[in-house]
Design a protein. Sequence first.
Length: 243
Amino acid sequence: MKLEILNNYSEMVAVAADIFAKQISEKPDSVLCLATGSTPVGVYQNLIKKVENKEISFKDVKTFNLDEYQGLDANHPESYRYFMNDNLFNHIDINIDNTKVPSGVGNLDEIAKEYDAAIDAAGGIDLLILGIGSNGHIAFNEPGTPFGSYTHTLKLDERTRMDNARFFDGNIDEVPTHAITMGIYSIIRAKKIILLANGKHKARAVKETVQGEITTDVPASILQVHPDVTIIMDHDAASFLGD
Ligand code: PGA
């Protein structure tokens, strides 16, 4: 694992956006896997600027997203499809047909089965970005998820629903109880992975991910076995790391 400890969030997202830019410059038809949540927003803002400045183009890029809430359709402002359109896709030169977010409505078991096949058909993921939950989850792979899992449906942890209630006017009852997510195996098959973490509330999860036992109790700990992972964090998120 490569660790990048930076002074603040804006330095973190600049470094992450540069990794994306390099990937797209070297392989214009890259397959990217994108994340939602508050952490990656600044990365997307930097990428939009790079497109505006003509440093990069998403013309031939394909994207997959990690996850989606069950029951929220693309028009729901808290759906991850809406988030991606709003925070990135509507502002860059990507072909929207080349952007995939697992649908949260319909036959989710079928949708899950087809999702990994679609990733394979696209040639696999070149670069994948992750946030991390305060419980160590990656995407919606909550503690206990098998490392060999493919895209699947699941019941969300109460801690995750509490963490995400801030997006639903603080009302946990509005947060969906279930979701669809790429599995841990779907994620670690990506050629290159970057994980971003900022803030004290992520420090415990970061420590367990980097220096803890590899255990399904901390889904992100599996990243220790991946050959090309960079964790980009601020001093607060790194504050529990010891020698
Ligand atoms: P956050 O979520 O970026 O909103 O902190 C991260 C996650 O739960 O994976």
